[in-house]
Design a protein around this ligand. Structure first.
Ligand SMILES: C[S@@+](CC[C@H](N)C(=O)[O-])C[C@H]1O[C@@H](n2cnc3c(N)ncnc32)[C@H](O)[C@@H]1O
Length: 400
C-alpha cells in the first residue's frame, strides 16, 4: 500500500483494504456508503476508481498475475456498484461504466465458478494508532500480504483457501511477536502460507511450513515468493538476501517419527486442522512427537514441561536471559524452553472437537484453552467475512 494510502481516514482505509482482500461486494457497498455519509457519492466513486480500479484498467497492478485472477471479481463488484448507485438515483462515473463494459466483453460469466479458478487476495493488517511503534510493524500502519488462493473453498483443495483460524493466528503473531521471534516455528497444514509469512515478518529464527497436499504446497511456495520470501528447495539452494522459509511435504498419516524428531521446533502452529475425524489420530500423533522430542533440550533444569504462561512471556518480553542456566558440566547454556503448540480452530462439529481433546488427553499432553485470555488485537477490522470471536485457541504442551 502506498504511503499516502496508509494515511487515509478509517472508512476509506477499510474500503480499500476490503477491496484488496476481495471481500464480498455487499461488504464493499456498505463501506462505500459509510465513506459517503450514507450514499455512494461521486466523490466516493472517484476514490474507488483512483485507489482500487484505475490500476486494474491501466494494468499496473493487474499485470499478468493479477489481471486474469481478479477481473471476474471486479466485474461483479462493478455491476453491484453501478446498480446501487442507480438505485439511489445517482450518477455512476463514466470510468466505471467503461471498465464494466470492457469486462463484459472479455470475461465469461462462468469464470467465477470454475473449480480451479485462482484469485489474488491482498490481506491488509491495520495497526491501531500507537501500536505499530512498539510492535512488529515499526514503520508503517498497514502491512499488506498478497496471497494466491482458490476461489471456491469447497471445490479443489481446502488448502488453497484462507481459513479464519489462519487469520486469527496471523493476528496473534503480529500482536504478540515476542512469542515467536527468535523461535524455531513449525506449522502443520499450512495452506496458503499466511501464518508462515507473518512468522517470517516477526523474525522467527526458523520457519518450516508443511502440508500433506502437493498442489497446496505448490501454491504455498508461489505465495512465499510473491511475498519475497526465499523458499528452501530440496538441494538447499538459498538467496542470502531473502528470509528463508522451508516447505515440507508432510502427510500426517505417513510422517515418520525420525522425520518429525529432526524438526525440533520451539513452537508448533496449526490453523483449522481439526475437522476430519479420520485424520485426528494421525494429527495428534504428529503433535505429540513434535512436543515430546527429547533431542530439543540442551540442558534441563526443571521437571515441569509447562513453560511460562503466555501472559508472563508477553510481559517479560525477551525471555532469553531469564532462561540461562548452568548445566551439570558447569557450562553456561541457554535452556531451551519446552516446545509449545498453538492450535486455532473454529468448532464446526462438537463431536470432532471433543474427539481431538480426548485424543490429546490420551497422549498425555496438557491442553489449555486460551480463548479469551490470549486475545490478538483486531488487525482486520474491515473484514466482515471474518469473526475473531468464532475462533478457539488451544495451547498444548507435554506433561512430565
Ligand atoms: C482447512 S485447511 C486450513 C489451511 C490453513 N491452515 C488455513 O487455516 O488457512 C486444512 C489444511 O490441512 C491440510 N491437511 C489436511 N489433512 C491433512 C493430512 N492428513 N496431512 C497433512 N495435511 C493435511 C490441508 O491440505 C489443508 O492445507
Amino acid at each position: 500500500m502506498e504511503e499516502e494510502e496508509q494515511r487515509l481516514d478509517h472508512p476509506s482505509l477499510h474500503l480499500l483494504s476490503a477491496v484488496l482482500a476481495l471481500e464480498p461486494s455487499e461488504s464493499l457497498i456498505s463501506y462505500a456508503r459509510v465513506c459517503g455519509g450514507g450514499s455512494i457519492t461521486e466523490q466516493v466513486q472517484k476514490f474507488i476508481w483512483d485507489h482500487c480500479l484505475s490500476k486494474a484498467a491501466s494494468s499496473q497492478l493487474f499485470t499478468t498475475l493479477y489481471a486474469d485472477f481478479n477481473a471476474p471479481y471486479l466485474k461483479s463488484f462493478l455491476k453491484k456498484l453501478i446498480t446501487e448507485v442507480e438505485l439511489e438515483r445517482g450518477h455512476a462515473l463514466d470510468n466505471l461504466y467503461e471498465l464494466y463494459a470492457q469486462y463484459m466483453t472479455s470475461i465469461k460469466d462462468n469464470s467465477l465458478v470454475k473449480s480451479d479458478a485462482r484469485i489474488c487476495k491482498r490481506i491488509s493488517f491495520l495497526f491501531p494508532d500507537g501500536f505499530s511503534e512498539l510492535q512488529s510493524c515499526p514503520h508503517s500502519r498497514v502491512l499488506v500480504f498478497p496471497l494466491q488462493c482458490s476461489l471456491n473453498m469447497l471445490e479443489g483443495d481446502t488448502g488453497c483457501s484462507i481459513w479464519p483460524s489462519s487469520l486469527f493466528l496471523s493476528e496473534l503473531i503480529l500482536s504478540y511477536p515476542e512469542l515467536f521471534s527468535n523461535k524455531s516455528c513449525f506449522e502443520i497444514g499450512s495452506g496458503v502460507g499466511l501464518v508462515g509469512i507473518c512468522l517470517a515478518h516477526v523474525k522467527a529464527s526458523k520457519v518450516i511450513l508443511s502440508d500433506g497436499d502437493l498442489s497446496t504446497l505448490a501454491n504455498l511456495k508461489f505465495n512465499l515468493e510473491l511475498n519475497h520470501l526465499s523458499v528452501e528447495f530440496e538441494m538447499g539452494e538459498r538467496n542470502k538476501n531473502l528470509s528463508m522459509v522451508k516447505c515440507m511435504y508432510l502427510p500426517w498419516e505417513s510422517a515418520s517419527e525420525s522425520q518429525l524428531q529432526d524438526i525440533m521446533p520451539d513452537v508448533v502452529l496449526g490453523a483449522d486442522v481439526i475437522y476430519d475425524p479420520v485424520c485426528l489420530p494421525h494429527l495428534v500423533r504428529v503433535i505429540t512427537i513434535l512436543l515430546t522430542d527429547t533431542k530439543s533440550y540442551t540442558c534441563r533444569q526443571n521437571a515441569s514441561c509447562g513453560g511460562l504462561s503466555p501472559n508472563t512471556e508477553h510481559e517479560d518480553g525477551d525471555l532469553n536471559d531469564s532462561n540461562r542456566h548452568n548445566c551439570n558440566d558447569g557450562s553456561d547454556s541457554r535452556q531451551k524452553e519446552a516446545p509449545v503448540a498453538y492450535i486455532a480452530c473454529v468448532v464446526r462439529n462438537v463431536d470432532t472437537f471433543n474427539c481431538f481433546l480426548s485424543l490429546v488427553e490420551q497422549a498425555k499432553l496438557e491442553i489449555m484453552d486460551l480463548t479469551g485470555s490470549l486475545k490478538p488485537v483486531n488487525l482486520l477490522p474491515y473484514m466482515q467475512s471474518y469473526n475473531q470471536a468464532s475462533i478457539r485457541l488451544l495451547r498444548i504442551t507435554c506433561i512430565h
